[in-house]
Design a binder for this molecule. Sequence first.
Ligand SMILES: [Zn+2]
Length: 131
Amino acid sequence: MNIMEKENNLKSWEGIIPVTTKCEICQKEIWYNHKEKVMSIHFDLSNKRVSEIKYPMQWLSRNPKSKEAMFEWDLCCFGYLCYDCYMAFLNKDKQTIADSLNLYVRKQTDAAMHAPYLAAQRQLDNGKIIE
Ligand SMILES: [Zn+2]
């Protein structure tokens, strides 16, 4: 298969795969089939899921859009990530990270809510102001 055929195959998927979208984690704008890797969509499988399609871009370049190919593609349910998020979360347990992040944000919000009270409390020693 020559470069032209591969490029045409990739192009045939435009619309099924959005030409442009946002990274599902950080919301950065990303493009399908962009030649610069930092600008392009990185197809991600979350949480230890396995897929028949190991190398999505390579697969897309070798399989023109067809009813059967679309079915296979849709079963993979790839996430759309930017390069940075893809690399940051590669082989990491995203559910654990999401749970920890959620807990951290809640703790921080809670701490900020109680900060004035705690700060004032520290100023007092048995009801007396510490000099
Ligand atoms: Zn991102």
